[in-house]
Design a protein around this ligand. Structure first.
Ligand code: ARG
Length: 463
């Protein structure tokens, strides 16, 4: 009986797969990017089968050589991917068989595509997490440089986007550094749960062959074999976790983006981004748009969406593997690509941002950013805080009417509101005095920024 269905599983079928169904169920267009991990997994599996006596040494060597050739062909763009062969796994296996004959058909002994695909994705995500970690570090390294350079640069700090208290620009950038340190930790933590090996679980129940999972585990650098075969082939919680960590990272990056966009506007005018990270307008000749941070801000949406897709994909799936799981790849891969693109753009751009110190300082002079310092001064002179608050409020109202900052008033003017105010008040009313006074771990004083940069460098050196 002639049978034109898939050669790897067509035995029990009596008619070929519907042409549309073949395309509909295929994943090769998007899972071929796991070719390297698929080959690595197969080589480890073949070595283990040989050591267990299931394959001969000759068969093992033929498989390894064949897979090596296939890898080269794929990397040269010479490999012919076929939708009829459904996915990356069966494409590579069919090519191997074509190359080395019947031995190619023995590779799948004691293995199923279910443990194979779960292994491939984990290897793939593990590699990508390592790249992402390196990029987060590169971005943080860049932040440290700018923070150090701008440790003394004063800008207004905001709450409710209203001028609150003066801060140093270096301190603000070190806030970003802290956020990224937590993102880094989340990916490190996610990697621990990614780095567990499904191989050996076979389709769902394990296999009757005398496999040595410890050996494949070591060959593939996994920390341990998965402890339950049903769980190993079916769960994709690690992909969800990856997208959750990616979403938090992107959320942080949208906050940075938003600030960069605001700061480059004529209204803020705090920083300049190099032209190579900006684009112009086809109609308005004066425009220089901060496209990179805007796009990063926008791209967060896709990653949040992928997190939701994967949660929904896994919801209510009965054990063990279901074809639903093939839908894990596109969201996961797009999340990976998006995160890497955003990190790369930021890591390249951040070291090149130029602070406009005069403009930042002028902004900090508006909005009575040292009002809290005056209240604290009064408290030190024995005034109760609530009374001090009231006195400063009246001084600010006077300043608003006179269009002058507190530091620009005369001593006599200030003394109208409280007679405990003396000549020494001007030390606390200056922007420099205000930031220098917040001189404790985590405070905005320039010395503290420098200390935070030192701590940051130590942290990066220890990674
Ligand atoms: N392409 C499939 C996937 O991505 C591979 C596993 C298929 N397993 C199966 N029993 N149909 O999930």
């Amino acid at each position: 009986m002639s049978n034109k269905t898939n050669q790897q599983w067509g035995g029990r079928f009596s008619e070929p797969t519907d042409a549309f169904v073949a395309r509909f169920t295929a994943s090769v267009e998007f899972d071929q990017r796991m070719y390297l991990q698929d080959i690595q997994g197969s080589i480890a599996h073949a070595k283990m089968l040989a050591s267990a006596g299931v394959l001969t040494g000759q068969e093992r060597d033929d498989i390894i050589r064949g897979l090596g050739e296939i890898r080269v062909e794929i990397e040269r763009g010479e490999f012919e991917w076929s939708v009829e062969l459904e996915d990356v796994h069966m494409n590579i296996e069919a090519a191997l068989t074509k190359k080395i004959g019947i031995t190619g058909k023995k590779l799948h002994t004691g293995r199923s595509r279910n443990d194979q695909v779960a292994t491939d994705i984990r290897l793939y995500v593990r590699d990508e997490i390592d790249r992402i970690l390196a990029e987060i570090s590169r971005l943080q390294q860049g932040l440290l440089g700018v923070a150090e350079r701008e440790a003394d640069t004063i800008m207004p700090g905001f709450t409710h986007l209203q001028t609150a208290q003066p801060v140093t620009f270096g301190h603000h950038l070190m806030a970003w550094f802290e956020m990224l340190s937590r993102d880094y930790e989340r990916f490190v933590d996610c990697r621990k749960r990614v780095n567990v090996m499904p191989l050996g679980a076979a389709a769902l129940a394990g296999t009757t062959y005398p496999i040595d999972r410890a050996m494949t585990c070591e060959l593939l650098n996994f920390s341990a074999p998965a402890g339950n075969s049903l769980d190993a082939v079916s769960d994709r919680d690690f992909a969800i976790e990856f997208c959750a960590a990616a979403s938090l990272l992107l959320m942080h990056m949208t906050r940075m983006s938003e600030e960069l966009v605001l700061w480059t506007s004529a209204q803020f005018d705090f920083i300049d981004l190099p032209d190579r990270f900006c684009t112009g307008s086809s109609i308005m000749p004066q425009k220089k748009n901060p496209d990179v941070p805007e796009l990063v801000r926008g791209k967060s949406g896709r990653v949040y969406g992928h997190l939701m897709s994967l949660l929904t994909l896994m919801k209510s799936q009965p054990l063990a593997y279901n074809k639903d799981n093939q839908e894990d790849k596109e969201p996961l891969f797009d999340a990976i690509d998006t995160v890497k693109g955003c990190l790369r753009a930021f890591a390249d751009m951040v070291p090149a941002l130029a602070a406009k110190a005069d403009s930042m300082r002028a902004a900090a002079m508006r909005g009575f950013s040292t009002a809290t310092d005056l209240a604290d001064y009064l408290v030190r002179k024995g005034v109760a805080f609530r009374d001090a608050h009231e006195i400063v409020g009246k001084s600010v109202a006077f300043g608003i009417a006179e269009k002058r900052d507190l530091s620009e008033m005369t001593l006599a003017e200030l003394q109208q509101f409280s007679d405990v105010i003396g000549e020494d008040v001007f030390e606390v009313l200056t922007l420099e005095g205000s930031v220098a006074a917040r001189n404790h771990i985590g405070g905005t004083a320039p010395d503290q920024v420098r200390a935070a940069v030192v701590r940051g460098r130590e942290l990066l050196a220890g990674r």
